[in-house]
Design a protein around this ligand. Structure first.
Ligand SMILES: NC(=O)c1ccc[n+]([C@@H]2O[C@H](COP(=O)([O-])OP(=O)(O)OC[C@H]3O[C@@H](n4cnc5c(N)ncnc54)[C@H](OP(=O)(O)O)[C@@H]3O)[C@@H](O)[C@H]2O)c1
Length: 321
């Protein structure tokens, strides 16, 4: 629970009523919840929960189904699952539309699965459904060692792309290389536009969470007909758009948000992830990259860790461990 907007210390354990289970929902006994930057913005008071969502944070969980709504097919009590939520994942129980749930493949640890669905849905819906990344093209992922970045590298490689990443340390770049990243760019010592141009025509697709301070450089790093997918503004800065270069490259800039989508739109993305990404998870080609597990009672510590950016991959809050 967020007791008042502010730093990580405002997070509190609180008793809340059990969620109600609608005809199209399943009830999940939560094993773990993923921590996302959106949770931090929500805690600070900058990102309110959507209408109808619980007030406490948490956009993804894993756990075991304990109740199935009367109209739900394909799930049963006892199924190991992970789910995409609009909020409320920092909890012992969540009720979620069945369309936002996937079964956890047998080879994946149930707790680790809490770190899979938000990043898989974000990367898949942007890089593949929207920008249509093709085999042999170059994908540039900013923040390559982040939760999003580690999934971006794995999916880019699984679908035959050349993957370039930026990160702020050699240790983070080594982690990206271990996941298969081809072009490693330390943004503190290297210019990503110059590096991409030295390696080839530039990036066909750029997955960008840095925003304003990278806008001009992203456009310059783009190939003709390329796509910039903006999913965040970690730089906190406004951008300057060079219309002439964008026009000559016939570039496209998309801004997207997963959380703000309707339940039907989320279900369509989850179904596409189930069809296209889940077989790669089941055969081990794509896996959750987990930095740290923190008990829910220490959520403050987990938020400090994510805000420090010291992590590689995902930070999880464990409920049942
Ligand atoms: N729009 C959507 O639907 C959607 C969905 C999911 C996530 N997101 C956004 O995508 C971004 C990445 O999410 P994530 O969960 O992968 O984040 P994360 O694991 O917390 O990692 C973010 C990384 O960004 C890098 N970074 C670069 N500049 C930064 C700055 N000024 N402040 C903080 N970090 C900076 C840091 O790595 P270095 O040390 O290498 O700099 C950091 O590790 C976040 O902004 C998140 O809100 C958007």
């Amino acid at each position: 629970m967020i007791s008042s907007f502010g730093g990580p210390e405002v997070l509190r354990i609180a008793d809340v009523p059990d969620p109600t289970v609608g005809a199209g929902d399943v009830l999940i006994e939560v094993a773990a919840a993923g921590v996302n930057r959106a949770d931090i913005s929500q805690r600070e008071g900058h990102y309110p929960a959507p209408v109808g969502a619980p007030e406490w944070p948490g956009l993804e969980v894993s756990g075991v189904i304990s109740e199935v709504g009367s109209e739900v097919t394909g799930f049963a009590v006892g199924d190991r699952v992970c789910a995409l939520l609009s909020g409320g994942g920092y909890a012992e129980k969540v009720s979620v539309p069945a369309g936002q749930v996937l079964k956890v493949p047998q080879n994946v640890d149930l707790i680790d699965a809490a770190g899979l669905l938000e990043v898989a849905c974000t990367v898949w819906s942007n890089v593949f459904l929207l920008a249509d990344l093709r085999r042999g093209e170059t994908l540039l992922v900013h923040g390559g060692s982040s939760g999003i970045g580690t999934m971006g590298i794995q999916l880019g490689k699984a679908f035959g792309a050349t993957v370039a990443v930026t990160a702020g340390s050699e240790a983070k770049l080594a982690a990206c290389a271990a996941l298969g990243a081809d072009i490693l760019i330390n943004y503190k010592t290297d210019d990503f536009v110059a590096r991409l141009k030295a390696e080839g025509p530039g990036a066909h697709v750029i997955l960008d969470s840095i925003g304003g301070s990278y806008l001009d450089r992203n456009i310059r790093a783009l190939t003709t007909d390329g796509h910039i997918l903006n999913i965040g503004n970690l730089s906190g800065e406004p951008g300057s758009l060079n219309f002439g270069v964008l026009m000559m490259k016939r570039g496209t800039i998309h801004g997207t948000s997963l959380r703000a989508r309707s339940a039907a739109a989320k279900a369509a993305i989850v179904a596409s992830v189930g069809e296209n990404v889940w077989p790669l998870v089941a055969n081990g080609a794509v896996r959750p990259i987990i930095d740290t597990r923190v008990p829910l009672a220490d959520a403050t510590k987990a938020h400090h860790l994510v805000e420090s950016s010291a992590h590689i991959g995902k930070v999880l809050l464990t409920i049942t461990e």
